[in-house]
Design a protein around this ligand. Structure first.
Ligand SMILES: *Cc1c(COP(=O)(O)O)cnc(C)c1O
Length: 368
């Protein structure tokens, strides 16, 4: 491998620890690890391989393409495709043994027509919209849809699920309404014992103690990028990633000198300035211009001027730093830490988006 100057470090030991911490809390529920969006940017296949060797029962992806990548890498775990599909994707969903989300009568009929025509069976999960307002059948329609799915020989109903809109707001009234709607629906249809019922995501697991159902679907918690404070029971869950670079340039600049595009920063005194070879072209948000900071030699230094596509500047006048020093953009260095949540707050978004934004320009380096 070529030497790189900026990278994302992924601690697979910590991932295993996080998975086992979560599992110790789950008791009998199955664990579905959400590896959509390249496992939240951490590497679909590498994360899935760890999952296969740990106590993970299911993987979830967003679409056909992600599922196919898992199968092509010879991942054998059951894979649920959480999103929808188009008619022309049904063949591959079935051929690659991916479990399909059925979110409407229309979608069910497309799959059924295909299966009848080619004499195929397919594994499905019925998605009920209890209030998320994204995809899924309304609970009243779901009763007849469930009956229809049961009556057709081609469908193997592996699961029935729903998704909460506000699980990260513990006291939001919709949480109880959604869970109750789901339970009422389930009591009406009396699903088979073998059907996996699932509703919980990371926020649900953090905020609600009871009724985890047969399986939980988690991404943020095992990856350590949950966007709120972790409850006491998960206080040992830590981020599995850090974003790092190396100082690429050092200079001394006089007073009243403009730094970077647009001169949004002017030096107030003679300053020592270093350049870091990362930019918005790597997915490091330009909103951090003049706002964010980095760690070098265990100290926090401010980003000055506009973040460019490939580089940005840091004022190190209050300490010392030189070419080649390791720079931490997200993560720990000595006793200091820059959390993904700080970055997310500075960018006015959530930690999930920050993590997903880093692109393939930053190599992922796995530590075991
Ligand atoms: C992404 C996703 C999850 C996992 O969410 P986390 O907050 O990362 O735990 C669960 N369910 C569905 C439907 C999802 O799309």
């Amino acid at each position: 491998m070529l030497n790189y100057s900026s990278w994302i470090e992924i601690d697979l030991k910590q991932l295993k620890k996080n998975i086992s911490l979560v599992n110790s809390y789950l008791k009998d529920s199955l664990l579905c690890l959400c590896v959509k969006a390249n496992a939240y940017g951490l590497g679909l296949i590498e994360i899935a391989k760890v999952a296969e060797n740990e106590k993970v029962d299911y993987l979830a992806v967003a679409n056909l393409m992600e599922g196919v990548k898992l199968r092509e890498a010879n991942i054998k775990l059951p894979v649920l495709v959480l999103g929808t599909f188009h008619e022309d994707q049904i063949k591959d969903l079935i051929d690659y043994d991916l479990e399909i989300t059925i979110s409407s009568f229309f979608k069910a009929k497309l799959v059924q027509d295909y299966c009848t025509k080619y004499n195929k069976k397919c594994k499905i999960h019925l998605k009920v919209d209890t209030g998320m307002g994204r995809i899924g059948v309304k609970p009243i329609t779901a009763i007849s849809l469930h009956k229809y799915l049961k009556d057709q020989k081609c469908f193997i109903i592996k699961g029935i699920f729903s998704h909460l809109a506000c699980a990260d707001q513990k006291d939001h009234p919709i949480n109880t309404i959604q869970t109750k709607t789901f339970d009422d629906f389930l009591s009406k249809i009396q699903p088979d014992k073998s059907t996996i019922l699932h509703i919980a995501n990371s926020a649900y697991l953090c905020n609600f103690e009871n009724d985890l159902k047969d399986m939980v679907r988690l991404g943020a918690l095992p990856f350590g990028c949950y966007s709120k404070d972790l409850p006491e029971k998960f206080k040992n869950i830590k981020p599995i990633f850090s974003v790092k670079s190396k100082v690429s340039y050092f200079k001394i600049v006089g007073k009243d000198k403009g730094i970077s595009y647009g001169y949004s920063f002017i030096t107030k005194a003679k300053s020592q300035i270093v350049t870091i070879p990362v930019g918005y072209g790597d997915g490091y948000s330009r909103s951090l211009s003049n706002i964010g900071s980095v760690l070098i030699r265990g100290k926090k230094y401010p980003i000055i001027g506009t973040i460019c596509m490939d580089q940005f500047m840091v004022d190190v006048s209050k300490g010392d730093a030189y070419i080649g020093d390791e720079v931490v953009l997200i993560g720990r260095q000595k006793d200091k830490e820059i959390t993904i949540r700080e970055i997310a707050d500075e960018c006015k978004t959530i930690s999930y988006e920050i993590l997903c934004s880093f692109n393939e320009r930053l190599p992922r380096v796995y530590k075991d």
